[in-house]
Design a protein around this ligand. Structure first.
Ligand SMILES: [Zn+2]
Length: 238
């Protein structure tokens, strides 16, 4: 099951939600790496449900399956993107894969500089996809705070998060790695161990080859590994 990834590889949020032209909505604007036109990637595998060319070339993408929200709940998600100058390659019913470049920043629809306007909605596409909100702006149905919908990972370069905190997708290196090698416990004694034991019988009782590890993970390369540990678990490094 997919975790929706923040769709701009260079996060540079230039307008937050519930302010300015985003009053009464959870819309955010992202201007990417610079003032030029950056591409936007699909946050999840989905299908285009609606295209509206009369304003800012708005495109609605609905997830093909339920996705995992940062709070751990599972539901469909629909996102709306706006301001791409040219969407002639897109059509209703087109399937877009997660991570695929499918949209671009632009200025279509009264935008002052190249950026993408995006909104997240919980659930499937409903009704006409949007509604006129109390501030007079068209806003996605079932709008939800983007930090409660989108994840980030190491591929996202955060230039300006606007003070928002997005949950990070951690790689479950140890416990989810199918290449984990289970090895029989080897009782290794060296002269140093024995000497040490002779000298002081009370030290190193925990580490002197009495431990039966449940899992041995062999690091294939130098790297920084994240490990989720449960209370009471012990970690031994060799
Ligand atoms: Zn906007």
């Amino acid at each position: 099951m997919e975790k929706p990834l923040y769709p701009s590889p260079y996060m540079r949020i230039t307008q937050g939600y519930m302010m300015g032209t985003h009053q009464d909505s959870y819309a955010i604007d992202d201007a990417g790496s610079d003032s030029g036109i950056d591409f936007i990637v699909a946050p999840f595998t989905g299908v285009i449900k609606k295209i509206y060319v009369g304003d800012a070339n708005e495109v609605w993408l609905e997830s093909s399956d339920a996705v995992i929200y940062p709070d751990g709940t599972v539901d469909y998600m629909t996102m709306m993107f706006a301001h791409d100058n040219d969407i002639s390659n897109l059509f209703v019913g087109k399937v877009i894969n997660r991570g695929e470049r499918f949209y671009e920043e632009g200025t279509k629809g009264n935008a002052s500089g190249n950026h993408v306007h995006m909104e997240c909605g919980r659930g499937k596409f409903t009704g006409s996809g949007w509604h006129k909100n109390r501030a007079g702006y068209w806003s996605i149905n079932n709008g939800k705070n983007p930090t409660e919908c989108l994840w980030i990972d190491d591929s996202i370069k955060v230039l300006n998060s606007y003070g928002y905190t997005f949950k990070k997708i951690e790689e479950d290196v140890v416990f989810a790695d199918t290449s984990v090698i289970e090895e029989p416990v080897k009782e290794e004694h060296t002269d140093a161990d024995i000497n040490e034991k002779d000298n002081n019988d009370t030290i190193n009782k925990d580490t002197n080859a009495k431990v039966k590890p449940k899992l041995i993970f062999t690091c294939k390369s130098d790297d920084i590994y994240a490990i989720e540990l449960k209370a009471g678990q012990k970690l031994y490094l060799e």
